[in-house]
Design a protein around this ligand. Structure first.
Ligand SMILES: *[C@@H]1O[C@H](CO)[C@@H](O)[C@H](O)[C@H]1NC(C)=O
Ligand SMILES: *[C@@H]1O[C@H](CO)[C@@H](O)[C@H](O)[C@H]1NC(C)=O
Length: 409
């Protein structure tokens, strides 16, 4: 267990945030994206109490619902959450009375006429400014942040606790879940992910390294140590092995947009749960079942502790999650069809079409198949996102972000 807990602590990915939006000055060229803005969100810090360096790597990013022309997002490293405002400026004021264009104050005795400042167009500037810093509330590494549907509060979760914050208040948060045992030797599971319900602001879930999900209702008590629902699939005793507990650890949990279902990702599968049924998932999709026979080497090279994310498409009809060899998987819920695709430089050329890939599992390998043994386990797609309204996806493979979209007629 100790190994598992340690490995679950902090596997982050990127240091700088790069935002990509379609090039607005060429609205008809769909499918071409440029870097919109890049900024340093977190700097390395030092925790003096524990003599520990806090890396600048970013563990999670969450957008706030857009309310005006500016975009707001929360980003977090292991310990500190920041609220950023990203705004555009394409005009500047000229003709101030009291200062020159370069900002120097004018001599008041030489000001003889009243000038009315005017706005002059200028090159588009994208500014990222830190608005709030929420620090000092987590002893362990933050793995999740989730904005509430009330648009005023959000939660942050680390290995043992979940805290509730108000977006305007940085010096205070409320601890709403605490699973830290009095004696740390008794620790058997850690919190791996947490998310608010998309519509009910009193409901949130958190998943654990034992493969369970707890749903909590903040109306029933302020401290949600006692869950109101407990989702767990009974274990099949015939497939029990040394790796059972490790591969059942949930790396991500996401509510459907409708709020009726939630999806969980464990090492080998994606499961869809109906919030009204706690005893087993309503749908299970195998992501890369061919790895079951490779668990021993995946344990040796630490890959078994990789934390894959998963996501819904805009209308909850399809699911997506990542795999190795820069492969990612999509599942259609109504037809139960699935597809394996590959993110590569080749496939990201303009107008290139993604070809389905197949992994060969024993027996004869066909020409276009790839054998399990030649998969590259250093190339992995841990992060995936689906556009909320359109069929556009983003997948992150190590240092590259790939954006794919439906064929344009
Ligand atoms: C957007 O498109 C315009 C027109 O083709 C081009 O001049 C500009 O450089 C592009 N912007 C970026 C950020 O690439
Ligand atoms: C989501 O996926 C389903 C099934 O493939 C599809 O019918 C639907 O149009 C997709 N929704 C969006 C918004 O892309």
């Amino acid at each position: 267990m100790a190994v598992l807990v340690l490995k679950l602590l902090g596997l982050g990915y990127q240091r700088r945030l790069s935002l990509q939006f379609p090039n607005k000055s060429r609205p008809h060229s769909r499918g071409e994206y440029n870097v919109y803005s890049t900024f340093q969100s977190h700097e390395p810090e030092f925790d003096y109490l524990k003599s520990l360096e806090i890396e600048e790597k970013i563990n999670k990013i969450r957008w706030l619902p857009q309310q005006n022309a500016a975009h707001f997002l929360l980003s977090t490293n292991d310990k500190t959450i920041k609220l950023w405002k990203i705004s555009e400026r394409d005009k500047r004021a000229e003709g101030y009375n009291l200062k020159d264009e370069d900002g120097r104050l004018r001599d008041p005795f030489r000001i003889t006429a009243l000038r009315v400042p005017i706005l002059k167009p200028m090159d588009l500037m994208v500014e990222a400014s830190p608005r709030r810093i929420f620090a000092n509330a987590h002893t362990y590494h933050i793995n999740s942040i989730s904005v509430n549907s009330d648009h005023e509060t959000y939660l942050s979760a680390d290995d043992l606790r979940v805290n509730l914050w108000h977006l305007e208040i940085t010096d205070r948060s409320f601890n709403i879940v605490d699973i830290k045992p009095v004696n740390m030797e008794e620790l058997t599971e850690v919190i791996t992910a947490a998310e608010f319900h998309p519509h009910q602001c009193n409901v949130f879930v958190y998943s654990s390294s034992k493969g369970t999900i707890r749903l909590c209702d903040m109306r029933s008590s302020a401290l949600c140590d006692r869950h109101s629902k407990f989702f767990e699939e009974p274990e099949d005793p015939s497939s029990r092995s040394f790796f059972s507990e490790i591969i059942s650890s949930i790396s991500d949990v996401k509510f459907s947009h409708s709020g009726r279902y939630m999806m969980t990702r464990d090492y080998l599968s994606v499961k869809v749960w109906d919030l009204n049924m706690e005893t087993r998932p309503v749908e299970t999709y195998q992501v890369h079942e061919y790895l079951r026979s490779k668990l021993c080497s995946l344990y040796e090279n630490d890959c078994i502790f990789d934390k894959f994310e998963c996501c819904w498409n805009g209308s909850d009809g399809a699911l997506m999650t990542g795999s190795y060899n820069n492969f990612f998987r999509m599942f259609d819920r109504s037809t139960r069809r699935d597809v394996t695709l590959e993110a590569s430089r080749e496939s990201s050329k303009p107008r290139a079409i993604l070809k389905p890939r197949k992994v060969c599992t024993g027996g004869k390998r066909r020409k276009d198949e790839i054998s399990v043994d030649s998969l590259d386990f250093n190339k992995k797609i841990l992060h995936t996102a689906w556009h909320p309204l359109q069929n556009i996806i983003a997948v992150a493979a190590t240092n590259n972000l790939y954006i794919f979209q439906d064929k344009v007629n």
